[in-house]
Ligand binder design. Sequence first.
Ligand SMILES: Nc1ncnc2c1ncn2[C@@H]1O[C@H](COP(=O)(O)OP(=O)(O)OP(=O)(O)O)[C@@H](O)[C@H]1O
Ligand SMILES: Nc1ncnc2c1ncn2[C@@H]1O[C@H](COP(=O)(O)OP(=O)(O)OP(=O)(O)O)[C@@H](O)[C@H]1O
Ligand SMILES: [Mg+2]
Ligand SMILES: [Mg+2]
Lengths: 228, 228
Amino acid sequence: IISVRDLSKCYWIGKVPFPALNRVNLEIYDNDFTVLAGRSGSGKSTLLNIVGALESADTGEVVVDNQNILQMSADQRTQFRLQTIGFVFQAYNLIQVLTAQENVAYVCRLQGKSKLESLEIAAHWLDAVGLGELGSRRPNQLSGGQQQRVAVARALATNPKIVLADEPTANLDTVTAQKLVCLLQKLHDDFNTTFLISSHDPDVKNASSRLIKLSDGHVIKRWDEALP
Amino acid sequence: IISVRDLSKCYWIGKVPFPALNRVNLEIYDNDFTVLAGRSGSGKSTLLNIVGALESADTGEVVVDNQNILQMSADQRTQFRLQTIGFVFQAYNLIQVLTAQENVAYVCRLQGKSKLESLEIAAHWLDAVGLGELGSRRPNQLSGGQQQRVAVARALATNPKIVLADEPTANLDTVTAQKLVCLLQKLHDDFNTTFLISSHDPDVKNASSRLIKLSDGHVIKRWDEALP
Ligand SMILES: Nc1ncnc2c1ncn2[C@@H]1O[C@H](COP(=O)(O)OP(=O)(O)OP(=O)(O)O)[C@@H](O)[C@H]1O
Ligand SMILES: Nc1ncnc2c1ncn2[C@@H]1O[C@H](COP(=O)(O)OP(=O)(O)OP(=O)(O)O)[C@@H](O)[C@H]1O
Ligand SMILES: [Mg+2]
Ligand SMILES: [Mg+2]
């Protein structure tokens, strides 16, 4: 469902190019639960952003759900993200002037759902991540781990085909992280959602059946439980 | 070196008070390496912010390095923070328009050091956290874990008596986190720095000799390696 071929991306620091991804090749299959691992700075966020049609790339091909991402126009990318992807950002990227519930409902509204239905869906997902009582708080009235969970709820609220999660348990204690992983596994089992999760959390790794490890922008290791 | 007596703090959500800390009592001794644990939302950041003179409290007493924090004026708190505390924020709080090196040098400048010396000190600490090459990058040109390490370098650059670190390894892979913990332990051993670190990272917990656990704003558990 995600096919990455020979993907390369440089960031420009003034006139100097910095290769963040260097000829990355990987395949994610429908209903995978794959962890993307690697050192800080190895390229995980960059890879997720490109697969999620949030950033451009220099060379290579990325096909997600049969759509050629790198060839899309800005409008096509927006539509694609709305219909297919749920994204959990490493820095959450919540809207500060909206409440937690409004932040989650917002993506449902973008999908064309009514205000009432969106708020109900949002309440359901906030409850699922353990924030049932806190929907009327704004992000700056929440702890770090609570903000992180609002970001997760927002990614799940649109019932996406593919969830791209960038370190979704980084600011959570072990118990809260394990509950979140259980929630993700349940979605994986019940709705056949595909997960690609950047994480260094052992609980997330233990829940996954495949692992892809990056180093300095290229793939150095692949592990698949299904293979002998 | 840190004495917290009967500390309580409510946040106000409109007219409704929410008790974030509820009669917290704890002692941190000179040259401790103490971890502050607890579930997401249990009050760790709030406690660190109050001890670091960044937030006010409602009732109780907080004495840090023989100074009564809750009675201080705004100016006194600013002086106290500059001279005594190195703070690693959970959300890093880097200045976006300054480079990594300038972010770290800034706190040295505030202490009255020359521009040249501040930049040299900053380069040293960025190197110590593994970011030696990246000093001229701005925060939005760095990965999440790289930004986190700039925040740590900035907290250490003033050679503070007490380091208050709010989840300083949350966005780091295991290897990078372990190197950071080694650095903190080295400072602890060589300079007698006192550490109070909010973390759920096992590597941080393993390095500590004391643990204080919060739940719903109060202390539920204390563990001390030194005690039988
Ligand atoms: N500005 C605020 N206004 C209202 N409530 C707040 C505010 N900041 C924090 N809270 C609440 O106070 C409680 C403690 O928050 P705190 O940030 O100290 O938790 P924490 O232990 O650091 O959590 P985490 O591990 O998720 O970072 C939480 O329930 C949070 O929702
Ligand atoms: N906007 C940018 N401009 C320049 N360089 C960048 C930019 N964003 C990221 N980089 C660099 O690209 C490399 C990969 O960054 P990326 O954010 O993908 O790493 P990561 O694996 O997600 O790291 P972390 O685990 O710390 O979040 C890093 O060396 C980083 O410094
Ligand atoms: Mg990242
Ligand atoms: Mg916190």
